[in-house]
Write a protein that binds this ligand. Structure first.
Ligand SMILES: [Zn+2]
Length: 241
């Protein structure tokens, strides 16, 4: 299965919180994307791996993912050895994405940081023909990083105003993880009612930076090529037309 974009993150729900608006927008424009979770979130305070598998499938359906897979590399101690790297390289070669979206390589949660480093390195190694796995070599054009908990200034922002609601619907599909007044499981930072508002606040922050309602920010090690400077900074502030 070939996809245009592959989103890779440590825990099922990281992709939904951080880049689902961008994925849904690509889908609306006829592009395909896949989601690859590196762990099943088994260390999460709430829910079980089976519950999170079901929630992840539902969220993928809401967003219109072409595929969602899980490499099961161990939540709370994400393994990054040679075997795990080979698994990831082979997954990248199967999906053959042009662009990979993943967690920034510095974050509060070590799994997110490890994920960012592992993915960036595997994306390069996937292009080495003599590093053999079950599928032929493929090198994505670029790896783009999103902030998970710690904030990093974005290289660019995607306007996701039209898909923000769909993103929040996909986030809420993980009902074991977020605010649920009916749950008897322990409270965490993620289950507080304000956490969903904080996801929206970050989207509004990125949007405010670029003059739209909602945005998602990405960090790139090389700058994106812009065809038209006027288009990239279109419009005027109110009162200056
Ligand atoms: Zn996470």
């Amino acid at each position: 299965m070939r996809v245009d974009v592959l989103a890779i993150a440590a825990h099922p729900d990281d992709v939904e919180m951080c880049c689902a608006g961008t994925l849904a927008k690509l889908r609306l424009r006829g592009k395909s994307f896949g989601i690859l979770d590196l762990t099943r979130g088994e260390m999460g305070t709430r829910g079980t791996p089976e519950v999170r598998d079901r929630e992840a499938r539902r969220a993928a359906d809401i967003l219109g993912a072409a595929a969602r897979e899980n490499l099961d590399l161990g939540d709370g101690a994400l393994r990054t050895g040679r075997d795990e790297e080979d698994l990831l390289i082979d997954a990248i070669r199967r999906f053959r994405p042009r662009i990979i979206l993943t967690s920034y390589f510095e974050d509060r949660h070590p799994d997110h940081a490890r994920c960012g480093r592992l993915v960036a390195e595997a994306a390069f190694y996937a292009g080495l023909r003599k590093r053999e796995t079950a599928h032929p070599a493929h090198r994505p054009q670029q790896v783009l990083f999103f902030s998970t908990m710690h904030y990093h200034a974005p290289t660019f922002v995607v306007d996701v105003s039209e898909t923000h609601e769909l993103k929040m619907e996909a986030v809420r599909a993980f009902s074991s993880q977020f605010h649920n007044p009916g749950s008897s499981e322990p409270e965490t930072m993620l289950t507080a009612e304000k956490f969903l508002k904080e996801i929206e606040a970050r989207a509004r922050h990125y949007g405010q930076m670029t003059g739209v309602e909602f945005g998602e920010g990405f960090i790139s090690r090389r700058p994106p090529r812009i065809a038209d400077v006027l288009e990239a900074f279109e419009g005027f502030e109110p009162g200056f037309e």
